[in-house]
Design a protein around this ligand. Structure first.
Ligand SMILES: Cc1cc2nc3c(=O)[nH]c(=O)nc-3n(C[C@H](O)[C@H](O)[C@H](O)COP(=O)(O)OP(=O)(O)OC[C@H]3O[C@@H](n4cnc5c(N)ncnc54)[C@H](O)[C@@H]3O)c2cc1C
Length: 375
């Protein structure tokens, strides 16, 4: 048994990386262990949209808090993190969706987030490539975009600058609240262990009701200025919170490079990470419906990744009561890039036993045990 200090973080995705940075900069002795590389899991697959979501009060609190933390960090992020303030444009296809956009604008405004409603003409002027006949939209200028693998790498480097140790290509085969066992038999012990292994979290903490949800993305060649905002259909969140076995939604992001990142799909109960032509076709068709000119552009790469979902669509952030000393930082579904910073701040507050800027209760893993153990 090797004692390595205060905290062992398992997982160097953006959530583990953010936790490492937050804890090491507080002076804690941190060790990060990952089975492969920094930001190589869902973090490499994600779109990097930093977005405030208002559908659920707890989701709003964590996304809004996290977005503020991203804003505070913006000046420090290196250029390759490609943090761009593109804003989100929620697109309303018909009058019913425009009414929903109005309700969303009011809800955001009442919580201090600015959003500008657009009518059909203003929408067409704001984004020339959208198909004619759409009803309007809502621009949320405070939202932004980041390149997640580089952001995760930078966070780990920041943690290392504060003394953190990093073990890549090192698989953890089991853990409890005091130690982790590596594949080569070494056991690392610390005051606290954090399971930040994303969609794989239940393999190390059996009983966690985490379900992997596959997503496809496609990226085009460089077409600078083709769109100016991250464009999303208003039904996107309903889709993300839904339990359908398979769904697609219009969600297209302009990248710093001029490329367009085209999403997104959601599939439960698929283990293989292979590209599936059928769902990819549906996803691209949905994007073509909104942006007909996309058909003429070259897609240069497609890939998939797995989101970690929980039964109530809220992440698991905090102590796991079944194993004292073990903390969970997982279950972020399609918002883990956005909420990585808020997650890390909450974990740091809990480990350092101090109050947080937002209530931590909605995300505490203990809620899973209140209604009986999940198998
Ligand atoms: C298609 C798609 C689009 C997305 N778009 C967005 C978006 O626009 N905005 C947003 O906010 N979020 C988005 N997300 C969600 C976001 O990508 C994830 O929530 C986030 O990356 C989760 O980060 P993580 O660190 O928890 O997990 P991961 O990035 O998966 O990292 C987990 C790490 O744990 C390691 N690991 C696993 N098992 C072990 C083990 N036994 N031992 C050691 N290490 C282990 C893995 O190697 C991996 O590096 C998207 C996700 C997908 C799939």
């Amino acid at each position: 048994m090797k004692t390595v200090g205060d905290v062992v973080i398992v997982g160097a995705g953006i959530v583990g990386a953010a936790c490492a940075r937050a804890l090491a900069s507080e002076g804690l002795k941190v060790t990060v262990v990952d089975a492969s590389m920094i930001g190589g899991g869902a973090t490499a697959a994600g779109m990097g949209h930093i977005v405030v979501i208002d559908d659920d009060p707890a989701e709003f609190a964590l996304t809004h808090y996290s977005q503020q933390l991203w804003h505070e960090l913006a000046a420090e992020l290196p250029a390759d993190c490609e943090h761009d303030p593109f804003g989100t444009l929620w697109v309303a296809a018909d009058d019913e969706e425009l009414a929903a956009a109005r309700t969303k604008a009011d809800a955001l405004r009442s919580r201090g987030v600015f959003g500008e409603l657009l009518d059909a003409k203003q929408l067409a002027e704001a984004e020339l490539q959208l198909r004619p006949g759409l009803a309007g939209g809502l621009v949320v200028p405070g939202d932004s975009v980041v390149y997640p693998p580089c952001a995760a790498r930078w966070m780990i480097e920041e943690a290392q600058r504060h003394g953190a140790r990093l073990h890549l290509d090192t698989r953890v085969v089991s853990l409890d609240g005091e130690s982790v066992q590596l594949a080569d038999g070494t056991r690392l012990s610390a005051g606290a262990i954090i399971n930040a292994t994303g969609a794989a979290a239940a393999r190390l903490t059996p009983g966690l009701p985490i379900r992997a949800r596959k997503g496809h993305l496609a990226i085009t060649d460089r077409y600078p200025g083709f769109i100016r905002h991250q464009l999303i259909e208003l039904g996107y969140v309903k889709n993300a919170h839904g339990t359908a076995t398979e769904s697609v939604a219009f969600n297209v992001q302009p990248r710093h490079t001029g490329q367009l990142l085209i999403g997104s799909s959601r599939q439960f109960d698929v283990e293989s990470g292979d590209i599936e032509a059928g769902i990819l076709r549906k996803m691209l068709q949905r994007a073509f419906d909104y942006l007909p000119g996309l058909r003429r552009l070259n897609v240069v790469r497609t890939w998939t990744g797995f989101r970690a979902t929980t039964p109530d669509n809220r992440p698991l952030i905090g102590p796991w009561p079944e194993l004292p000393g073990l903390y969970l930082a997982t279950g972020h579904e399609g918002l883990g890039i956005t909420t990585s910073l808020g997650t890390a701040a909450l974990i740091a507050d809990q480990l350092l036993n101090r109050p947080s800027r937002i209530p931590c209760e909605p995300y505490l893993p203990a809620r899973l045990l209140e209604g009986g153990k999940h198998e």
